[in-house]
Design a protein around this ligand. Sequence first.
Ligand SMILES: Cc1cc2nc3c(=O)[nH]c(=O)nc-3n(C[C@H](O)[C@H](O)[C@H](O)COP(=O)(O)OP(=O)(O)OC[C@H]3O[C@@H](n4cnc5c(N)ncnc54)[C@H](O)[C@@H]3O)c2cc1C
Length: 385
Amino acid sequence: MKDTKTVLILGGGVGGLVTANLLRKKIPRDHKVILVDRQANHIFYPSLLWITINSRKPEDISKPLVKLEKKGIEIIQGEITKIYPDSHEIEVDGTRYSGDYMVIALGAELAPETIPGLTDGGYNFYTLDGAERFRKAWNNFKSGKLVVITSTPLYKCPAAPYEAAMLLEHDSRKKKLHDNIQVELYTAEPGPMGVTGPENSNAVRQMVEQKGIKYFPEHQIQKVDVSSRQIVFSSGAEVNYDILAYVPPHRTPQIVQAAGLVDSSGWVPVDRHTLETSFSDVYAIGDVTGIPLKLGKPLPKAGVFAHYHAEVVAHNISVKITGKGKSTRYNGFGSCFIEIGGGKAGFGRGNFYAEPVPHIKMYKPRRFWHWGKILFEKRWLSKWF
Ligand SMILES: Cc1cc2nc3c(=O)[nH]c(=O)nc-3n(C[C@H](O)[C@H](O)[C@H](O)COP(=O)(O)OP(=O)(O)OC[C@H]3O[C@@H](n4cnc5c(N)ncnc54)[C@H](O)[C@@H]3O)c2cc1C
C-alpha cells in the first residue's frame, strides 16, 4: 500500500492560504492537504484601511476559501476547539481530525474586551465588521475630533494605525471638512515602527505630523468612559474624543495556549529559520509566533512574514514527503507599504534578522508605491484562488 500523508493546516489567513497552495503544487495528489478555518472567506486585511475611506467594499477584498477545493485542497469550515500537537490531531466543532504534519497559522486573537469601555466607545478597524461600522460612522462625521489609538505596543502591521490616521486626515480634506475635523493619534509605543530603527521611525513620524495630525506616543490606554467620550490613560491623563478608531490588544489564540505551545513571551516559540516548534512535524507561522530579535523587540507581526514563513514550511514539508530536493531556510527578509493618503505611499524593505539591528531601507512616498500596493492586492486575490 502506498504511504499517503496528510498535512493539516490550521487557519486560512495569509500563512495558511500560501502554505496550502504551495504544498498542493509540490506534493502528488494522493497526499492530502486539509485547511481549516472558522471563516468562509479569506480577507485581504491590508485593504481594510481602504474600506474605512470608501475605496473598497467588503466583497472587493474577500474570497471564499471553498474555491481552493478545485485545486485539490480540502476545506473544513469550523471552529478549532482543541489542538493535540503530540499526536497531530485537532478537534473541529467536536470532530477529530489527524495528520502527519501540522502547520499552525491561526494568527493573533484580538481582545478589545480586555480594556473597559473600548468595545462600546470606539470602532475596531482591525476587523472587517469593525472597519465597515467605522466607515458608516465616519461618513456621517462632519465635525469634531477623531482619535486613532493603539492599545498595546505589540500589534500586527506596525504601520497600520499611522496609515489609518493619514488616510482619514486626507479623506477629511477631500470632503472639504478639514477645517472642522481634528485628527489625533495616541500610541502605546514610543514611536512608529520602532523595529525598523530610529531614522525610519522618525521619517514616519514626520509624515504624520506634516499632515497636521497631533501625535502622542507612549500613551497607554487604561479605559474608555463611553458616556463622556473620554479616554483615560495609565498615567492618569484624560482625552476627549468625538469618534474613536482603535487597534485592539492582541494575544495568542486561547486554544494555542491551552495546547502548551506558548512560552513566557505569550507566543509560540519556533526555530526562526525553519518555523519548527518543539513538537515533531508541527510548524507555526505568521502572527501566532514569537521570534525575538537581537535588538530586544520581536519580529513584527505582518502578512509579509506569514507569507515567507509559509514558503519555507511548504517547501520543507514537501521535501520530507517526497524525499526530493533540499530543505530551505527563512532569512528574515520583509517589506511593507505605508499609505499616506492622496494616492501616495512609502515603502520599506530589508533584512529583519540582520544583527545587531535590522537593515531596513525606506523609500519616500510616491504614487508608484501606492500603485504597487493596489497591484499587490489584485494579484494576491487572483493568484491564490
Ligand atoms: C488593518 C490591517 C492592515 C494590515 N496591513 C498589512 C500590510 O500592509 N502588510 C502586511 O504585511 N501585513 C498587514 N497586516 C497584517 C496581516 O494581515 C497579518 O499579519 C497576517 O494576516 C497574518 O497572517 P497569519 O496567517 O499569521 O494570520 P491571519 O491572516 O490572521 O489568519 C489566521 C486565520 O486563522 C483563523 N482562526 C483563528 N482561530 C481559529 C479557530 N479557533 N478555528 C478556526 N479558525 C481560526 C482565522 O479565522 C484566520 O483566517 C494588516 C492587518 C490589518 C488588521
